[in-house]
Design a protein around this ligand. Structure first.
Ligand SMILES: NC(=O)c1ccc[n+]([C@@H]2O[C@H](COP(=O)([O-])OP(=O)(O)OC[C@H]3O[C@@H](n4cnc5c(N)ncnc54)[C@H](OP(=O)(O)O)[C@@H]3O)[C@@H](O)[C@H]2O)c1
Length: 305
């Protein structure tokens, strides 16, 4: 099994006692993460793989020879993905079907134990599970809110609690945090979804700095609109919308380039990064303008991120 990366990747990380040396060996002009473009034999655990971006990314990784453990609640969809990969002439990697509910710490522990009994280690974990429901400020409903927070955020901490110690011990590996450009700016209808993704962006940044000297890469993925069951709830035209396959390719390109922030398509996400950096009164006025085009309190919301 090869765990080598090609390109101008930083060198192997020094033992813990030499972490100062490791830091010195990682100068600011290098890419923030290793360039990952050799997937042969890489062991990737992908949570949120039953549909949309996660399913497309799992298929793309399998096609490049990675071993992919696919997780989500829908075991039938995961089995279909694994069977399709087995039948495909293009997929050279192995799929392991590992269904579980990521909002349950107990199920995380069980799935992790099951996976580590098959694999001697994990090279990458992709946190891609997500839930979204359009909601305006006057529509907040606590039960619904906690369900979205549980999937988009709490589940990630359950996973990190298990995975980070293991990766730190092996002094290698990667975490891929799938957030959203909805986490960059407060957008209409993302009343719960947006804050969970903002938290994910923040979390990815601090994980990167905390784990850098342990040899662990942390990649942040901020997609624009992608045509999936999640965005099927949106009843408005979504600018620059991409297919899940295009999204998967963009993620692989970002990983191959060793980027920290992987966002796409840039013709859309670039505007949101720009908006994020505008002065408050300009940014808030632009967002208010977007809101004003939407329905008023007492009517049903029709727009989402
Ligand atoms: N589509 C977009 O435009 C867009 C834009 C920006 C960011 N994103 C992010 O991209 C990620 C993937 O979204 P998507 O658009 O591909 O949506 P999707 O097709 O609905 O995929 C969501 C995935 O999360 C899984 N999931 C949901 N709840 C879960 C739970 N409790 N335990 C385990 N898995 C769970 C779903 O599987 P089960 O239902 O089978 O459990 C599914 O595999 C999400 O984090 C989303 O926020 C999407």
């Amino acid at each position: 099994m090869s765990h080598q990366f090609v390109g101008k990747s930083p060198p192997a990380v020094a033992p813990r006692s030499q972490s100062a040396t490791a830091r010195a060996r990682w100068p600011w002009w290098r890419t923030p993460n290793r360039r990952r473009n050799d997937w042969q034999g890489q062991r990737v655990w992908l949570i949120g793989a039953s549909s949309g971006i996660g399913a497309a990314l799992a298929s793309a990784l399998l096609a490049r020879g990675a071993s992919v453990a696919v997780s989500a609640r829908s075991s039938d969809a995961l089995k279909r993905l694994a069977d399709d990969a087995k039948r495909s002439q293009h997929a050279s990697g192995d799929a392991i079907v590992l269904p579980f509910d990521a909002t349950s710490a107990k199920q995380w522990a069980h799935a992790h134990a099951e996976l580590t009994s098959v694999w001697s280690g994990i090279d990458m974990v992709v946190f891609c599970a997500g839930a979204y429901a359009p909601m305006r400020a006057w529509e907040i409903d606590a039960a619904h809110t906690s369900q979205i927070v549980d999937v988009n955020l709490r589940s990630v901490y359950h996973g990190l609690e298990l995975i980070v110690p293991q990766l730190r011990k092996s002094r290698t590996g990667a975490l891929v945090m799938v957030a959203s450009v909805a986490g960059l700016v407060g957008l209409p209808n993302a009343t719960v979804y947006g804050p969970t993704k903002a938290a994910m962006i923040n979390l990815a940044e601090l994980l990167h700095s905390d784990l850098r000297d342990d040899g662990i890469d942390v990649y942040l993925v901020n997609p624009g609109f992608v045509q999936t069951p999640l965005t099927a709830k949106n009843e408005f035209p979504m600018p620059a919308i991409q297919t899940p396959e295009q999204a998967a390719q963009a993620i692989l390109r970002g990983l191959a380039a060793g980027r920290f922030s992987i966002h796409f398509p840039k013709r859309f996400t670039g505007w949101l990064y720009l908006l994020r950096h505008l002065p408050d009164r300009v940014r808030l006025a632009i967002v208010r303008g977007l809101m004003a085009a939407r329905q008023r309190p007492g009517t049903k919301a029709e727009i989402s991120p």
